[in-house]
Design a protein around this ligand. Structure first.
Ligand code: NAD
Ligand code: MG
Length: 374
């Protein structure tokens, strides 16, 4: 590997003939051309981005591709959840068809989870599947959405309802790109990092207690380590259960409460997904304590880790509120997995000991949430 890549970390996602590498390092964007050139037949690649990310990083990507002899054809969409739509997906497919893109061409997603999800669906549909590379530029996308092959656009009936499991051929996570990310977005991604520690990795939890502040401050060494450990955790779970028939549900730790918070807030930008997940994980752990599954000191340690980074773990102080218990349990009832007042929840027996509780009692959950609001 070239000198500049000596600190590059590699995580393998094992999925048989759909296995792929996640490369993580500072400055990787400038190496994209060399890394992608072996994948293409014709000397060109297609890039989908959003206006913000394109303005910041399209030139670096284009330079790198052209040094490798590849021309870049780019389309940019407005930033925001509105671009994860059927209409924008149609525009992207029209563009690819009019450019004559084929199955052997590579489509690169340059951006956060929104661009990544949209690009993934487009790649899966284009001529029944074209090659697809993720270049995630948010912390959330680097540790979560770019890995694992879930792709989707939104419908008027709800988020992520139209999509496919479609794995990329390569993920390039340039940690230097995170320097321009707004702080709230950075913390939202950090919440998902803490999630992996809480699911099944107590050593990583201890490490985050020591180094979490360096991760949040984007210290290159700590950041690279945290992204790599997170990707390895997700890769491990996805390799066991690609389509969420079982263990992949553990990745939803904090997400049932979190999703209810986002829904109660109307999915407004006043509460970011990761902010909702941080509070949701703290709630899931405190609920586990209340059920006698876990000790209170450990739940407090988890809340302290999140709070020390600047995330909020108390319902009463959370952005975008108030969050009345009734509204939250109403939102939980919309979950397609709810049966007869019972909801699947990810709970924990300790730090790094999460498990799937298939049928938590919603009225009990409502009582708990009311206590949280006292
Ligand atoms: P995002 O893509 O909207 O990015 C957040 C904001 O940051 C945007 O305004 C974007 O333009 C800007 N941005 C991105 N990179 C930047 C950079 N390096 N510097 C400055 N600004 C930058 O949001 P996100 O949090 O990355 O992704 C959220 C989406 O991901 C949601 O739609 C969610 O459903 C999806 N998601 C998917 C999965 C999955 O498994 N597929 C998992 C989690 C989340
Ligand atoms: Mg999430």
């Amino acid at each position: 590997m070239p000198e500049t890549m000596s600190d590059t970390k590699r995580v393998r996602v094992e999925l048989g003939d759909r296995s792929y590498d996640i490369l993580i390092g500072e400055g990787l964007l400038a190496e994209a051309g060399t890394l992608i050139a072996p994948m293409v037949r014709q000397p060109r690649v297609f890039v989908l981005t959003d206006d913000t990310v394109g303005g910041l990083y399209a030139d670096t990507l284009s330079d790198s591709l052209s040094r490798a002899g590849l021309a870049m054809r780019m389309k940019s969409v407005p930033p925001g959840e509105g671009s994860k739509s059927w209409a924008v997906l149609g525009d992207v497919l029209d563009w690819l068809l009019s450019e004559g893109a084929g199955r052997d061409d590579v489509l690169i997603a340059l951006g956060g989870g929104i661009v990544g999800d949209l690009t993934g669906v487009a790649a899966s549909l284009m001529k029944r599947g074209m090659k697809f590379v993720q270049v995630p530029t948010t912390l959330l996308a680097q540790v979560d959405s770019s890995v694992g092959g879930k792709t989707a656009v939104n419908a008027s009936q709800g988020k992520n309802l139209i999509g496919a499991f479609y794995q990329p051929q390569l993920v390039l996570a340039d940690t230097a790109a995170l320097k321009t990310l707004p702080e709230r977005e950075r913390l939202a991604g950090y919440a998902e990092i803490v999630k992996y520690a809480l699911i099944d990795d107590p050593d990583f939890f201890d490490w985050l207690e020591r180094r979490g502040k360096d991760v949040v401050a984007l210290d290159p060494e700590a950041l690279g380590e945290a992204v790599a450990v997170s990707c390895a955790a997700k890769a491990r779970i996805v390799s066991q259960d690609e389509t969420e028939a079982g263990v992949r549900a553990l990745l939803n730790l904090g997400h049932t409460f979190g999703h209810a918070l986002e829904a109660a807030n109307g999915f407004q930008p006043s509460l970011l997904h990761g902010e909702a997940v941080a509070a949701g994980m703290a709630l899931a752990l405190r609920y586990s304590v209340r059920q006698g599954l876990m000790n209170g000191q450990d739940a407090d340690r988890a809340s302290r880790l999140l709070e020390s980074a600047g995330l909020v773990t108390q319902l009463k102080r959370l952005n975008g509120g108030p969050y009345p218990a009734d509204r939250l349990t109403e939102a939980m009832k919309q979950d397609k997995k709810v049966r007869a007042g019972r909801v699947p929840l990810i709970l924990a027996r300790g730090l790094g000991q999460a498990f799937i509780q298939p049928d938590a009692d919603l009225s009990d959950v409502r009582e708990f949430l009311n206590e949280e609001l006292q």
